[in-house]
Design a protein around this ligand. Structure first.
Ligand code: ZN
Length: 104
């Protein structure tokens, strides 16, 4: 702690600016949830969230289905990278459901 402020003679103390940043982030998330009319997490059906800051009442704002572009090779289902992300998502889903890391 003393190493945080050694040059100005003030009492050592942590800055709490991150609390304001986190509070602002939560407030922004609540605003987006309220304006979108959908408060749930994105999923297979509603896989894209859009918000236009210049037009907060735009009809396109909110969660919607955004289908995969079949011409895209990066997210082709049999692509090695897509398999890795799918495995990560499945582990995350199990972890979120309450299983411990050792059970996954
Ligand atoms: Zn893609």
């Amino acid at each position: 702690m003393e190493e945080l402020r050694t040059d100005d003679g003030s009492v050592p103390a942590f800055a709490v600016g991150f609390v304001s940043v986190l509070a602002g982030t939560f407030l922004a998330a609540e605003l987006l949830k309220t304006l979108s009319g959908y408060a749930g997490p994105l999923n297979d059906e509603l896989n894209r969230a859009v918000f236009q800051f210049q037009n907060s009442s735009a009809a396109t704002n909110g969660a919607q289905h955004y289908p995969r572009d079949n011409r895209c090779t990066a997210c082709e289902p049999h692509n090695a990278a897509a398999k890795i992300w799918k495995q990560r998502f499945e582990r995350f889903t199990k972890y979120s459901a309450g299983l411990s890391r050792s059970e996954i």
